[in-house]
Design a protein around this ligand. Sequence first.
Ligand SMILES: [Zn+2]
Length: 258
Amino acid sequence: MRRAPALTPRAFFSGDEAIIAQVLALLPARWHDVYGELGTKGQADGPKVASSKTAPLPVSEHADELLGDIVAILTSWEERVAAVARLHIDTDAWRRRRAHVAAATLTRHLAVLLALPAEPTMRAVSLTTAATLPRGARGLVHEAAGYAEVFLDLSGADAGLEVLSLLRRCRRLLGETPPTARRLDGVACGGCDFAELRELLDDDGAFVGARCYECGTEYTTTTYAELVDERKRAAIQAGYRRRTVPRAADGDQVARRV
Ligand SMILES: [Zn+2]
């Protein structure tokens, strides 16, 4: 039983570890920003419709629910990392402090986190999501409160996706839009040779590749890095040629045999 459809089902690539570390560093401050929205965007027992001073939110979400999820998700991964890395964790701290501490623990042991094997992990999900789980899934349905606690088989890869998803939910609740794609100056496309490459960004604004606006060729982070290396090598070789083959006024026969 996997939860992939609810999250981004993209494959992990080598840059992910750095991106997840960045997101973990951001989450404690985002927790504080979302906390500041309590009361303005409705608490758990408030009205179901979220209100915003700026634009309407694409998905209504309660600040209190999100704060709870940040703490629950980070601390649950912290517990699993602590079990593997034999760490002592302080489970009594106030919840904001807990989110902060858990994010720091996960950053320090990121390799352990991302390598965790799939294991049943408790998550609070909506009743709609709970209804889609396969028969025999373990958990508890809280009908009146409108959610279910279920055990999902979650691995380190899921941890990465959950962390990215938490930041996305914070940004959505705070009414922020991800940064726009920039033009990648000075790198000519391998397909058409025009320097018309633009970044491809995921929902979190993280760089996931490039696309040529001239011929449509798409690059992943890996093939884009290869293209940049190739262009650099070509530029260096062109430089060597310029330096090692000087133009002699009276012909190359003379220049070579001095
Ligand atoms: Zn092109």
